[in-house]
Design a protein around this ligand. Structure first.
Ligand code: GSH
Length: 351
């Protein structure tokens, strides 16, 4: 009986069982997911995120060689991905919809990484090259490329190359370098990384990135009890810390929304539907934290943000793609969540 086998034998058995069923695709996914995870593993079974490889900057004056221009850059995203989601929110808040077009990849990540499809809602074929996989674009930019094929990624149609694949930098560029092109004056004047709040924004970003944004991945992809315990303990200690901050101020850096909030929001909005179950981040749910839950709804309800959130892409991507942690790729039903419930956090803003 399966239950009596040693762990490594059980894994083989699962693979055979899946092969005997009509959905042969499961075996392919199992292999992919394992390879994917191993490429991110440290020596103690801990998840180690790789640095992004393309780090050019688009500037308003073009001094970097990449001048901010209308319809010069193309943004590639997954609606499932929290890092890519940041870029869609800032693009929206800054009114850059007509300036920076984007393409959404398939929510299912297979053995060759992200692929394009026009057969699923909100996804489309690659408009620039008709590529099948995002990796093809990375090789177009650099045939010797050896890094990961990640989203978000910004393609420069003029120089025919990748500008950047680092979300934290893309959102800074969208915030400040495209101000000549924003749809409205309010959007041009909106500064999500103002000089006087930078030190505070940088400070919170630092620990929120390690403990929360990446903390959920470190918990979910841990391959040893020790690595999981460490990551998940740190994750919830930092969520408690954020809860405390948000009991005093509406946003992380005070009364004003900043890039730090966008960066945190994209993790929080995925937390209860995916990270609690799929990544075993189940000490508490976001809805158990009054301030974090109210804050998540507050950011969600900002004009334009809700339309960047796609629960179908989010829930299906993680659970169907990571078959080494969810071998049958069954997508859980997910909690009832109403992000539109009143949050009353506007009352915290000082007059
Ligand atoms: N540091 C990058 C991380 C981006 C990232 O890891 N994206 C994931 C999707 S959530 C990805 O594309 N993974 C594909 C892979 O690692 O092969 C950023 O913030 O932009």
């Amino acid at each position: 009986m399966l239950i009596r086998l040693k762990p490594e034998r059980q894994v083989r058995q699962i693979s055979v069982l899946l092969l005997n069923q009509p959905g042969i695709i499961q075996r392919r996914n199992l292999k992919m997911s394992d390879k994917f995870l191993k490429s991110y593993m440290g020596s103690k079974g801990e998840f180690v995120r790789k640095d992004s490889a393309f780090r050019n900057w688009i500037t308003a004056d073009g001094s970097s060689g990449f001048k901010a221009e209308r319809d010069r850059y193309h943004l590639y995203v997954s609606l499932a991905c929290p890092w890519a989601h940041r870029t869609l929110i800032v693009r929206k808040l800054k009114g850059l919809e007509d300036v920076i077009p984007y393409t959404v990849v398939d929510w299912l990540m297979g053995e060759k990484g992200w692929n394009f499809t026009d057969k699923k809602p909100k996804c489309s074929a690659d408009p620039l090259f008709g590529a099948q996989y995002i990796r093809e674009l990375y090789f177009k930019a650099n045939p010797e490329y050896e890094g990961r094929f990640t989203v978000p990624m910004v393609w420069d149609k003029k120089n025919n190359t990748i500008v950047t694949n680092e979300s934290s930098e893309i959102i800074q560029m969208f915030n400040s370098e495209f101000n000549d092109f924003c749809a409205t004056v309010e959007q041009k004047e909106l500064d999500l990384y103002p000089e006087h709040l930078r030190a505070r924004v940088d400070e919170v970003n630092e620990w929120i990135y390690h403990d929360i944004n990446n903390g959920v991945y470190k918990s979910g992809f841990a391959r040893s009890q020790e690595a999981y315990d460490k990551a998940v303990t740190q994750l919830f200690a930092s969520l408690d810390r954020v809860e405390e901050i948000l009991s005093k101020t509406r946003y992380l850096a005070g009364d004003q929304l900043t890039l730090a909030d966008i960066r945190l929001f994209t993790t929080l909005v995925r937390f209860d539907p995916v990270y609690v179950g799929h990544f075993k981040c189940n000490k508490k749910r976001i809805m158990d934290y009054p301030n974090l839950w109210g804050y998540t709804r507050d950011v969600y309800q900002l004009p334009g943000v809700a339309e960047t959130v796609d629960r179908e892409h989010i829930e299906k991507h993680y659970q169907a793609s990571h078959t080494s942690i969810n071998p049958y790729a069954i997508v859980a039903i997910g909690p009832d969540l109403d992000f539109n419930l009143p949050h009353n956090r506007d009352k915290m803003t000082k007059a």
